[in-house]
Design a protein around this ligand. Structure first.
Ligand code: AMP
Length: 182
């Protein structure tokens, strides 16, 4: 499946803004609103993802709240497939399954509707989020997808913070595609 050239990666990366010390001191936040706010860059990213996955025989895109929704939902539409949200606790209205995961201090949790993949038997799923850091959120999402018996074909991220080594654990679940490694 296709990947970007180095020049294309440079272009896309140049549209993402770095914000120092957000949301707390010491964090360098990768702000993708500047990419989303540039119609050519946003189209370029979606064109690339559409090309990469158009023949992947996918049934669902699963997006992680909230930036995974912004990238995943338009991609699902382009691929003419369905979209499933994974959300923070108490946001989804129907029956959910949930998965806890550890943060630097304490725990967080994500949820998915129990019947999210009901329309397709043995569905093929692509997980999408904007960024992988420690990999904790994505790993919890993989557990949820696995729990309902869907086939996780790949996990896709716009950005991978390689120093945090988040892909190491995630590789046990599925292949990983990160467009930009920083
Ligand atoms: P993690 O579970 O550590 O892999 O964190 C991934 C989630 O946190 C993703 O949903 C990201 O949107 C968000 N995130 C973590 N670190 C950053 C960062 N430096 N810049 C932007 N988003 C981040």
């Amino acid at each position: 499946m296709n990947k970007l050239s180095n020049d294309e990666k440079k272009y896309l990366l140049s549209t993402i803004r770095d914000v120092q010390n957000f949301p707390k001191p010491g964090i360098l936040f990768k702000d993708i609103t500047t990419l989303l706010g540039d119609k050519d860059a946003f189209k370029f990213l979606l064109d690339h993802l559409e090309n990469r996955y158009k023949n992947a025989n996918l049934d669902y895109i699963v997006g992680i709240e909230s930036r995974g929704f912004i990238l995943g939902a338009p991609l699902a539409d382009r691929l003419n497939i369905a979209f499933v949200p994974i959300r923070k606790p108490h946001k989804l209205p129907y029956m959910t399954i949930s998965q806890k995961y550890s943060l630097e201090y304490g725990f967080d949790e994500i949820e998915m509707h129990v019947d999210a993949f009901e329309k397709v038997q043995n569905p093929n799923v692509l997980l999408v989020d904007d960024l992988i850091a420690t990999g904790g959120t994505a790993k919890a999402a993989c557990e949820l997808i696995r729990e309902v018996g869907a086939n996780l074909k790949e996990a896709c991220f716009l950005l991978n913070l390689v120093d945090l080594n988040g892909t190491k654990e995630l590789e046990k679940y599925c292949p990983i595609y990160s467009i930009l490694e920083v």
